[in-house]
Design a protein around this ligand. Structure first.
Ligand code: SAH
Ligand code: SF4
Ligand code: F3S
Length: 520
């Protein structure tokens, strides 16, 4: 560890997360013509600082979501469009918002010119994610000028950031509505306010968030479905904005999750993905000695052919979960296990709370119990002051684990996080060059793994036409490999056997060998 890194680490140690008091800050206000007065008196921005001070206050579970009479048909004859940025959590939130908008009478459209309401469901994870959204806001301005009744809303993780809300208020006043990740259930009321108010409607709660159970959903497909098992994140990795934008870790009750999965099975869904920022922390906040392993052991028995989960945090990955996953069946043997760095020193400053050795031990345990498991990961290069040697440790770890795929990122400073305050001596060109070297290695490993499939039989869940060629069908194997093959469209939604004829870096070509559905 170099001098600068040691300094940063001491600073983190001196300012540990203070979780004593949680602050609920309902922030239901409109901007007024008198901007200045508004800022001074009533406006309370979403506070990143308060997010970090959170405590163990109760999370309330609500089963009473209801749309008031006067709003029930407010969208009749109108159309909505939601643009989604970011992770699966956001994609699923979009399905919920689409469900709510449909319930109040709106129809969906993919044409911006046809839409009466456009929502941007945003992501704050890296600067370029935010830039994309600000670019889109700019593009929408002429449309709003042309159609003053159009409602444009910004929601998702960016709206939880004070600086973003302020920037929109000041530089993009044509936006009609801003609401946060904890305010989705209030969408009917917010749409009504935005319709009848001449001023921007802003509702962002810094509150940690309750759980609202009975929200409507308009799912994107009828084959695969997302199921939230928990919300938020308490890990506070020093580079990451998510714990501030998504609130504290809150687990849904097992019975509510199991009921949702049973319903999906009854509706004919073939695959579910259990969702959370750190699914391995599932149950820790429930005080009932019940974890992800226990939940998976129950879901395993439900008649749904495929069950995936994302994302795992190495720190909370326990033996009970490995034991349950090893039972196989509908629990697929693909584990996405973000490592972030192969250097224990960098991991320490990232506050990941595991070392390279601990990570490798975990991989070893998983491989022993599940010899066929595919492992994929997330990696950040160019963390502040990362040395060439430390980066080399990441490369060697990628090789040692044999990752079959990785999402790789250049570190992006996020305002309000501890890492953003660190001095950084790594020039951008060096970061870019490291990313290229890492990607070359990851691609090489992915291609090598794919080659092993040539001549093999695989079970494929047929999802639809290939994006590149409508005459070809596409789907994924157990181990999450994309397979393209020619077959009748009637097989969409079925699990079929395919013989792999050719391996590419990120996909396999194959021939259909059997049409009867197989179990797993
Ligand atoms: N909860 C998941 C990850 C959520 S964010 C986990 O802990 O694994 C998805 C990925 O984005 C992270 O794994 C990390 O690799 C990357 N990421 C997060 N913050 C970042 C930042 N500030 N700069 C670059 N990449 C970042
Ligand atoms: Fe971010 Fe870390 Fe939480 Fe993942 S575990 S969401 S990287 S703080
Ligand atoms: Fe982005 Fe928020 Fe997901 S920051 S990655 S959309 S949790």
């Amino acid at each position: 560890m170099n001098e600068q890194q040691r300094k940063e680490l001491n600073q983190i140690k001196e300012n540990p997360t203070d979780r004593k008091s949680a602050q609920d800050k309902p922030l239901k206000e409109k901007t007024s013509a008198d901007f200045a007065k508004y800022f001074e008196t009533t406006y309370q921005p979403p506070s990143l600082k308060n997010a970090k001070k959170r405590g163990k206050e109760d999370v309330n579970v609500h089963y009473d979501f209801d749309i008031p009479e006067d709003i029930a048909r407010i969208g009749e004859g109108k159309k909505f469009l939601i643009r989604t940025y970011g992770c699966q959590m956001n994609e699923h939130d979009t399905e919920i918002m689409a469900g709510i908008l449909t319930d109040i009478g709106y129809e969906s459209t993919s044409d911006t010119n046809e839409a009466d309401i456009i929502l941007l469901n945003t992501c704050a994870i890296r600067e370029n994610a935010e830039n994309k959204v600000f670019g889109e806001i700019g593009h929408l301005k002429p449309l709003k000028q042309e159609k003053p009744d159009l409602i444009i809303g910004v929601c998702g993780c960016m709206s939880q950031e004070e600086s973003v809300v302020n920037r929109i208020l000041q530089k993009h006043p044509f936006i009609d509505l801003i609401f946060g990740t904890h305010n989705i259930h209030r969408l009917p009321q917010l749409v009504k306010e935005a319709m009848f108010s001449k001023e921007m409607v802003v509702e962002v709660w810094s509150k940690e968030g309750d759980i609202v159970e009975n929200l409507p959903r308009q799912r994107k497909g009828s084959i695969k479905a997302w199921v939230n098992i928990m919300y938020g994140c308490d890990k506070f990795c020093t580079y990451c904005i998510v714990p501030y934008t998504r609130g504290k870790e809150r687990s849904r009750l097992p019975q509510d999750i199991i009921q949702e999965v049973r319903q999906l099975a009854a509706q004919g869904y073939k695959e579910i993905t259990l969702l959370g920022q750190n699914v391995n922390a599932y149950g820790k906040d429930l005080d009932m000695e019940y974890g992800l392993g226990d939940l998976m052991d129950e879901i395993r028995k439900i008649d749904i052919p495929r069950v995936r989960f994302t994302t795992s945090h190495p720190r909370d990955f326990d033996d009970r979960l490995i034991e349950v996953l090893a039972k196989g069946g509908n629990l697929l043997d693909h584990i996405h296990l973000p490592v972030q760095s192969g250097s224990s020193e960098v991991l320490k400053i990232m506050a990941r709370k595991y070392t390279r050795e601990r990570y490798l031990e975990l991989v070893h345990k998983i491989r022993e119990a599940m010899p066929n498991a595919t492992l994929t990961t997330d990696i950040i290069v160019g963390f502040p002051n990362e040395t060439e040697e430390q980066f080399q440790e990441t490369l060697s770890l990628v090789e040692e684990v044999g990752f079959e795929g990785a999402y790789t990122f250049i570190y992006s400073p996020r305002e309000g996080t501890p890492a953003a305050k660190m001095k950084d001596n790594v020039p951008m060109e060096v970061k870019k060059e490291r990313l290229q070297r890492l990607n070359a290695l990851v691609n090489h490993q992915a291609a090598e793994t794919m080659k092993k499939y040539e001549g093999e039989m695989v079970d494929v869940l047929v999802e639809g036409e290939s994006k590149k060629n409508p005459d070809v069908l596409a789907g994924y194997t157990h181990r999450n490999k994309l397979v393209n093959f020619r077959a009748p469209k009637s097989l969409i939604g079925e699990i079929v056997q395919v013989k792999v004829t050719k391996a590419k870096t990120w996909s396999l070509d194959g021939e259909l060998v059997q049409t009867a559905e197989v179990k797993s």
